[in-house]
Design a protein around this ligand. Structure first.
Ligand code: KG4
Ligand code: ZN
Length: 355
């Protein structure tokens, strides 16, 4: 294991529509000193979704203020930058090319000026390590299975250690977050759809057996893959040409949310069983969903002996804290992380960790 004088990592994350800078520290256990995030959600709500060109330009606007905020907080926390930094970590992919470039070029510039190593990080590894948050590395038991659910990804990943990831299953069409977003649009709810659907569902008082009946795509298939496009289509055909009352919208939101959660949790349990997982981790933007957090926790407790790790809310949707924590864990485990050559919009988790 490498021993660093000071395990301080500054991380930059700009893969989509958040501009984020964070600093992690700690010798044996990681801890976040600052986790600064500037979100473009209000801007994209106007277009009911992300326009990549707009997102990239906004990254440029927010980058320097976020850096300044993180540097101020780090200094206040007793970390002198660049002097005390072990490395700069940056998300090199996957994500939107124009957005990624802003973070990657900023990190490369800082690395050159400050004479510090730059680590090219994988966005999904960041999400996964968000589930561990500030947990002591020696307390983690492998193998673990991570359910990664975000706007762009739905994956079940086997984790045998830091840097050792194997894809067990993925979505064949829409990601879970994308399903929330599209169903929200069909129901006339706002953007981003996940929180809007969750909020509408929370207003429902009618019992679940009176909700609209929706499919649980691929739940009973003998594999660990997902498919959510059919669920969105089912909602679309059920509400088409109808004027829904607020109560009906709530019932559809609750039914759709439950269908998504049933599939996610069912497949996660199947994956945990298959690999004999000692831990089950929840990760990604959809991990902010209260109902999913509670269901996964109770179902895993009831049906498997695995330890469940649910990320703190601030580490669910895109942030740089998760990237800083992932980079800290790689340094701590002595794993080499090459610098980013360029933004890698489509890089896979396995490709990023190929030895
Ligand atoms: O991880 P993330 O911030 O960005 C990507 O890497 O994609 O995830 C964003 C996704 C969006 O689809 C959003 O609707 C969903 O996470 N999301 C939620 C909730 N909060 C955010 N989905 C369900 N319930 C939530 N409370
Ligand atoms: Zn993400």
């Amino acid at each position: 294991m490498l021993v660093w004088a000071a395990m301080n990592v500054l991380a930059i994350e700009t893969s989509c529509d958040e501009t984020a800078v964070a600093v992690a520290t700690g010798d044996a256990v990681p801890r976040l000193i600052v986790n600064a995030v500037s979100s473009q959600i209000d801007l994209h709500a106007q277009t009911n979704g992300i326009v990549p060109e707009v997102a990239a330009r906004e990254q440029l606007v927010a980058m320097v203020p976020m850096l300044q905020e993180a540097l101020r907080a780090a200094e206040a926390g007793g970390i002198s930058i660049p002097h005390d930094l072990a490395a700069i970590a940056v998300t090199q992919g996957p994500g939107l090319a124009g957005s990624l470039l802003v973070g990657v070029e900023t990190a490369k510039t800082l690395g050159a000026v400050w004479q510090k190593p730059v680590l090219g990080m994988h966005h999904i590894e960041g999400h996964i390590m968000g589930a561990l948050a500030e947990v002591d590395p020696t307390a983690v038991q492998y193998p673990a299975v991570a359910l990664v659910v975000s706007g762009g990804h739905t994956q079940l990943v086997q984790i045998d250690g830091i840097g050792q990831y194997q894809l067990l299953g993925t979505t064949r069409d829409d990601a879970a977050g994308e399903a929330f977003d599209k169903i929200a649009r069909v129901l006339g709810l706002g953007y981003p759809g996940g929180p809007a659907v969750a909020q509408a569902a929370a207003t429902v008082t009618a019992p679940a057996d009176t909700w609209p009946v929706l499919p649980r795509p691929m739940l009973d298939h003998d594999n660990l893959d997902f498919s959510f496009a059919g669920l969105k289509t089912a909602v679309y055909y059920a509400v088409r040409d109808r004027e829904l009352t607020a109560v009906e919208v709530g019932m559809f939101a609750a039914a759709a949310q439950q269908a998504i959660i049933d599939v996610l949790v069912g497949k996660t349990l199947k994956a945990a069983q298959k690999i004999g997982a000692r831990e089950v981790w929840l990760a990604g933007g959809v991990a902010a969903n209260t109902q999913l957090r509670e269901t996964l926790q109770t179902q895993v407790a009831a049906k498997s002996g695995a330890t469940v790790r649910i990320p703190p809310l601030l580490l669910t949707t895109d942030n740089a804290g998760m990237i800083a924590l992932a980079a800290w864990r790689r340094l701590h485990a002595g794993i080499t992380t090459p610098p980013p050559q360029a933004a890698r919009p489509r890089i896979s988790l396995e490709e990023a960790n190929a030895r």
